[in-house]
Design a protein around this ligand. Structure first.
Ligand SMILES: [Mg+2]
Length: 312
């Protein structure tokens, strides 16, 4: 029953000045903000791969996460959220209840982060829930944060803390959009990435893109209490630090800045953003990652995290 749901939805989408033609037509028409570039990202979540609907995971939480991961990618570009498009393939069984839950999760986060819902598509099939959100943001020309701008000598700054997200934070994504905008306004960020797949894996991606080596000071990695809780679970053989370096879905930001800027950011940024900020290491010439122990000894750090596998 697509049409009643879509009609119900269209009544609920608040009017927004950024939409010259709102959802409900064949396509929406956006008014792009003057003198800004458009940033576009898309992310898909699939039941059975990214989540399993059930007592521990409601469709409302999936809706929140689906938008949250896209907003996290906009934050990683230093972009201001503008508009989102939502495509959903619903399971036929219980599809209407799932759709309403998704909408609640999406709408609540969209309102909180100031992104307007510009349209979407709803299908149904005999498989599990699949949804894809395309998020559109904006940045001043030439100001998008990229992965490839880290320079030897830069310091690495992380928002928040890491590890154990599977205990619940992987669903309750808190995209760092506001923090990113506050930082972008005041500091020259050389490179940025959001941690979706693992602190060490995503840092390695930033270093590879920049053609540099990342030195992680192990004693400075901010460890989330969930990482400690997870390492204490029966059968878990990994330390809290290992969870922090490899678990992923923290949706925090990693930034590379010149040393003076990084020190100033960490000194003032928590008050500015309301989020803990830490220097976790530095950038040097070379490639790959190095772990620096508290006594100063260094060893190669193999990147760890989540990779989607598919056959060639
Ligand atoms: Mg990302």
């Amino acid at each position: 029953m697509e049409t009643p749901f879509v009609d119900w939805l269209l009544e609920r989408i608040p009017a927004d000045a950024r939409l010259e033609v709102p959802p409900g037509d064949d396509a929406c028409v956006l008014r792009p903000p003057a003198l800004r570039r458009t940033v576009v990202t898309v992310d898909m979540l699939t039941e059975g791969v990214d989540f399993i609907l059930g007592p521990d995971c409601s469709s409302r939480q999936v809706g929140h996460k689906a938008l949250g991961v896209n907003l996290s990618d906009l934050a990683a570009m230093g972009a201001r959220p503008e508009a989102a498009l939502v495509a959903v393939c619903l399971p036929r069984h219980n599809g209407s209840a799932i759709a309403h839950g998704l909408w609640e999760g999406i709408e609540t986060l969209a309102a909180a982060e100031g992104i307007t819902l510009a349209g979407g598509d709803t299908n149904a099939w005999d498989g599990g829930l699949v949804m894809s959100i395309t998020a559109i943001g904006s940045v001043p020309p030439g100001k998008a944060w990229r992965r490839d701008g880290a320079l030897p000598g830069d310091l690495l700054v992380a928002t928040g803390s890491f590890g154990g997200s599977l205990l619940g934070r992987h669903l309750a994504v808190e995209p760092r959009c506001r923090a990113a905008l506050e930082i972008a306004e005041r500091f020259a960020v050389h490179a940025a990435i959001d941690v979706s797949d693992g602190l060490s894996l995503d840092l390695a991606r930033m270093m590879r893109a920049s053609g540099t080596c990342g030195v992680v000071r192990l004693a400075s990695v901010p460890i989330h209490p969930d990482a400690v809780r997870m390492s204490r679970q029966p059968g878990d053989t990994r330390s809290p630090l290992e969870h922090a370096l490899g678990d992923g879905e923290d949706f925090e930001l990693l930034l590379a800045l010149a040393p003076a800027d990084a020190i100033q950011l960490v000194a003032t940024g928590e008050e500015l953003t309301g989020i803990q900020l830490s220097i976790i290491g530095e950038v040097r010439a070379g490639q790959g990652l190095v772990a620096e122990a508290p006594d100063g000894t260094q060893r190669p750090l193999p990147p760890q995290g989540f990779l989607h596998d598919f056959e060639a």
